[in-house]
Design a protein around this ligand. Structure first.
Ligand SMILES: Nc1ncnc2c1ncn2[C@@H]1O[C@H](COP(=O)(O)OP(=O)(O)OP(=O)(O)O)[C@@H](O)[C@H]1O
Ligand SMILES: [Mg+2]
Length: 117
């Protein structure tokens, strides 16, 4: 099993949900967040230089983070399909971080591993 931490543009969320639905993912967790990559928050449309009233040298832009744990066999499909739906050819399209997951437990039944996904 692998955990994918997927940072995307907020407007791409429905497309990403459709990709995950296609592989029948067992669940997902979503957070709205602020973030930056190599441009330090400068987008094609400009930047935010104040966060909650505090000046900052690094500008952060609104992003959505999707956390999903998937079966190993689905990892490359998810990655390529997300790249396909999220790529706009502009900076800030997002990033995917991939981590190994040792085990999982469905609390209601005690099922372990991929059965718990
Ligand atoms: N190294 C990182 N660690 C944690 N979060 C990151 C990292 N890089 C990117 N992110 C998250 O991903 C979001 C999107 O990053 P972004 O697509 O701008 O990456 P990039 O490396 O600058 O690529 P690009 O040049 O295409 O913009 C960021 O706003 C941030 O939330
Ligand atoms: Mg960037």
């Amino acid at each position: 099993m692998k955990e994918l931490n997927i940072f995307i543009r907020p407007e791409k969320l429905e497309d990403v949900k459709a990709v995950l639905d296609k592989i029948h993912c067992g669940g997902m967790t979503l957070s709205t967040c602020m973030g930056c990559g190599t441009q330090k928050g400068v987008s094609d449309e400009g930047s935010v230089n104040e966060i909650k009233g505090y000046k900052t040298t690094i500008n952060l832009l609104p992003k959505v983070k999707v956390e999903v744990v998937v079966n190993d066999k689905d990892v490359e499909t998810v990655i390529s399909n997300i790249c396909e739906v999220c790529a706009t050819d502009h900076v800030g399209d997002g990033k995917i971080f991939i981590k190994d997951v040792e085990d999982a437990v469905r609390i209601r039944t005690g099922e372990r591993g991929v059965k718990a996904l």
